[in-house]
Design a protein around this ligand. Structure first.
Ligand SMILES: NC(=O)C1=CN([C@@H]2O[C@H](COP(=O)(O)OP(=O)(O)OC[C@H]3O[C@@H](n4cnc5c(N)ncnc54)[C@H](OP(=O)(O)O)[C@@H]3O)[C@@H](O)[C@H]2O)[C@@H](O)CC1
Ligand SMILES: Nc1ncnc2c1ncn2[C@@H]1O[C@H](COP(=O)(O)OP(=O)(O)O)[C@@H](O)[C@H]1O
Ligand SMILES: [K+]
Length: 447
């Protein structure tokens, strides 16, 4: 703002909003603006100005008439924009209530206007009421059909539902620093996914060890082992009390009843359905002492939280990925709160581990400060046993030698994709998610 003429950035931003609005209108002609007190409202008014100049009928509700972007309002009025008490009969709403300076949910007067909207909403910068930094929605908020943002994507666009997100260049190149959050796309994952070459055999691709399941929960062992088998073509070893069940379902796995007889692996998955008794603690200790990367999930996380002595079994250089859901996170590091990125970062630093915090938006933080986000496109993965599948996928990628942050990012994305493919709009059990892994991997692999 210091180097370009006053108002230039806003007019570039607003022009971008007007172009997308015209596209969404597809020939219709009535637009309503919801205008808040700050520059976000200014953007909306200037967008209204450009749309008026194209012959669109534009009306505006000023939520705070005593505090409104003065130049934007003057320009809007100059071209025949109308100020109205309430939006009626519009084809598209432009949400300029609040942008980057937003705090908390919509205030009651703004919420009242939003509650009665019927037309699709184009949000300026972000859907008003959603927190710009955390994506948290703690009360009334706009539900955007499309969001137009400027210069760079903000955390909210990766963490929350902003509809279709369009990025408009307003000439900030060179002024922006590197990203705080990274969302892997399908191409990133396709390139990283392990593929056997002519020289490979079952050992060179990495052997995954699964220390999971119990007499009470044999299914977790079956799911995690199957997920590892379907994720890379390296060998999978299972060790534990569910050996009979695992062998019956997955004859290609090598199963032993005890971790001490398991043989060598390049990574361990420990925890799903394992229990938290003394036997389970001994298993966790053995795995942490093995000196290979470990994915610690479910009961392994609970044991680490309840018995901090277990951390001593880990050589500090052993790569560790913790995969808590919110309640497991709370045992480890206190309540997650609304800022999931900070929560994941905090635990990653505290435990010198990669932390994959599960949820609709899965956040992965490395102890080196890297953060990846993967927002699912549906919530069908929220089903019992789905986490066991995730841990198996992740373990096999660790065994294949992927960097643990990348491994976690790839696993989260393919897992979410498998849920979408399996579900196709209907509820699914975790076994169906598991069975869709090959389709999900095919979908990310380069052609
Ligand atoms: N930076 C750039 O380069 C560019 C920035 N640009 C644009 O500027 C926007 C940022 O503008 P900004 O900083 O003026 O603040 P903004 O988000 O409009 O909010 C301010 C007002 O909102 C109010 N308010 C707060 N919370 C609220 C709630 N929950 N519910 C209701 N109201 C709430 C709060 O009121 P107060 O607390 O003062 O009563 C405050 O006065 C940015 O998002 C982008 O659109 C573009 O023009 C391109 C160049
Ligand atoms: N609302 C949601 N939308 C999308 N994915 C979700 C949602 N809730 C949970 N998940 C995903 O489903 C999995 C659930 O894991 P977890 O809670 O450990 O289940 P379980 O212990 O039953 O195996 C995680 O991968 C998580 O990211
Ligand atoms: K907005």
């Amino acid at each position: 703002m210091a180097v370009v003429p006053a108002g230039a950035l806003m007019r570039r931003a607003a022009f971008g909003v007007a172009v997308v609005a015209a596209e969404l209108l597809a020939g219709k002609r009535r637009v309503g603006l919801l205008v808040g007190a700050g520059n976000n409202g200014g953007d909306a008014l200037w967008a209204g100005y450009y749309l008026r100049k194209r012959g669109v009928a534009v009306s505006a509700v000023l939520l705070t008439p005593d505090r409104v972007h003065a130049e934007g309002l003057a320009a809007f009025r100059r071209v025949g924009g109308r100020v109205v008490p309430r939006l009626r009969d519009v084809d598209l709403v432009i949400d300029g209530i609040v942008g980057l300076s937003a705090r908390g949910p919509l205030r009651p007067d703004a919420a009242e206007h939003v509650a009665h909207l019927e037309a699709p909403v184009l949000s300026v910068d972000l859907p008003s009421g959603v927190d710009p930094d955390t994506g948290a929605v703690s009360g009334p908020a706009v539900r955007a059909h499309t969001t137009v943002t400027f210069g760079c994507l903000k955390p909210v666009h990766a963490l929350a539902d902003c509809g279709d997100v369009r990025l408009v260049d307003i000439g900030l190149d060179g002024e922006l620093h590197g990203p705080d959050l990274v969302e892997l796309d399908i191409a990133d994952i396709g390139v990283a996914w392990p593929v056997p070459g002519p020289e490979d055999d079952k050992y060179t691709q990495g052997v995954t060890g699964i220390a999971a399941g119990s007499a009470t929960y044999p299914g977790a062992a079956v799911l995690a082992t199957g997920a590892a088998l379907l994720s890379t073509s390296g060998l999978v070893r299972y060790a534990g009390p569910a050996a009979e069940d695992v062998r019956a379902r997955w004859p290609e796995s090598i199963c032993t009843g005890s971790i001490t007889d398991a043989g060598r692996v390049q990574a361990w998955v420990v925890g799903p359905g394992l229990g938290t008794g003394l036997g389970a603690e001994a298993v966790l200790r053995t795995v942490l002492e093995a000196g290979v990367p470990v994915c610690a999930d479910a009961d392994a996380i609970t044991m680490l939280a309840n018995n901090p002595d277990l951390w001593d079994a880990r050589d500090p250089d052993t790569l560790l990925v913790l995969t808590p859901h919110d309640r497991e996170y709370e045992r480890l590091a206190g309540p997650v709160g609304t800022d999931r990125v900070t929560a994941a970062r905090k635990a990653a630093e505290r435990y010198n581990a990669v932390v994959l915090l599960k949820g609709h938006a899965t956040v992965i933080a490395g102890p080196d400060g890297r953060v990846l986000v993967n927002r699912a496109r549906s919530s069908w993965a929220a089903t019992a046993g789905s986490g066991d599948v995730l841990s198996g996928v992740l373990g096999s990628l660790l065994a294949a030698g992927l960097d643990p942050v990348l491994a976690a990012g790839c696993a989260a994305k393919v897992h979410a994709l498998a849920a979408d493919l399996a579900s196709d709009g209907a509820p699914i059990p975790a076994t169906s998610l598991l069975a869709a892994l090959p389709d999900a991997i095919r979908a990310v692999r380069p052609l």
